[in-house]
Design a binder for this molecule. Sequence first.
Ligand SMILES: NC(=O)c1ccc[n+]([C@@H]2O[C@H](COP(=O)([O-])OP(=O)(O)OC[C@H]3O[C@@H](n4cnc5c(N)ncnc54)[C@H](OP(=O)(O)O)[C@@H]3O)[C@@H](O)[C@H]2O)c1
Length: 275
Amino acid sequence: MFRAASWAFRGLRRSSVPLSARMSSNRADRSCALAEKVAVITGSTKGIGFAIARRLAEDGAHVVISSRKQQNVDRAVAELQGEGLSVTGTVCHVGKAEDRERLVATALEHCGGVDFLVCVAGVNPLVGSTLGASEQVWDKILDVNVKSPALLLSQLLPHMENRGTGAVVLVSSMVAYVPIPKLGVYNTSKTALLGLCKSLAVELAPKGIRVNCLVPGIIKTEFSQVVRISFCSPTPAPRFGEPEECAGIVCFLCSPDASYITGKNIVVAGYSPKL
Ligand SMILES: NC(=O)c1ccc[n+]([C@@H]2O[C@H](COP(=O)([O-])OP(=O)(O)OC[C@H]3O[C@@H](n4cnc5c(N)ncnc54)[C@H](OP(=O)(O)O)[C@@H]3O)[C@@H](O)[C@H]2O)c1
């Protein structure tokens, strides 16, 4: 159960914004599909992750926001709390073990458990040939995009499985199916996530935890700016997507309505005949 008293501010590098003490909110009253559930979301202070955080909270979940920069966490938490939503936040660079530990500790301290993990954080530091990529670039992309969801989930698993049911959503990309030239290492990392989704779904099914993968097309965020300008036209899509268009499907995948869906890759990419 949630411990209202623990919504008080404690800890060192957590958001300086006062934590929400609401057990429900006006906005959350819109739907109670996820009431009393706790969602941990990586890379959730901007873009797709932020839209998912808002939507999960609107549907009644208590949401733990996170990303690398304290000021981004503070801003995102303040914005959603200002909308009457039940959120808290902490700094978490998903590639750092100590940050992942703090994210787990924050969720447990404030919410007493975790029902949903949504792994949004992803990086692409390289535009260039796959074979020209340095070992350092390979390590960075694989650490953040592929290894961190598995490592974070392994830390959260004991706290998720004792809730009886749970859901994990990984965030891949359409580049897993239709590679974009010069993004080879990133393309590869996002393809690996499709395999990770299947393997985890098989392993965790007996524990009542479902694992699915969101596969966005090109979505209008800071992250996709270079791709939108340099490599892709929206035709015949016939437009780029909005972050909010990825959020509803994640809420559905976490909800009881998706209780018989696991190990699936769900594409959100408009009309994309190659997918
Ligand atoms: N936009 C697209 O077209 C598109 C398409 C397919 C898939 N995706 C995937 O969707 C995910 C989110 O992309 P987006 O477009 O929403 O990007 P975005 O708008 O740039 O937001 C990225 C978010 O992740 C955080 N972040 C970045 N690196 C992180 C790290 N190492 N650890 C923790 N948090 C980190 C950022 O905050 P801080 O700077 O504070 O860390 C920010 O909150 C990525 O995995 C991306 O590969 C995007």
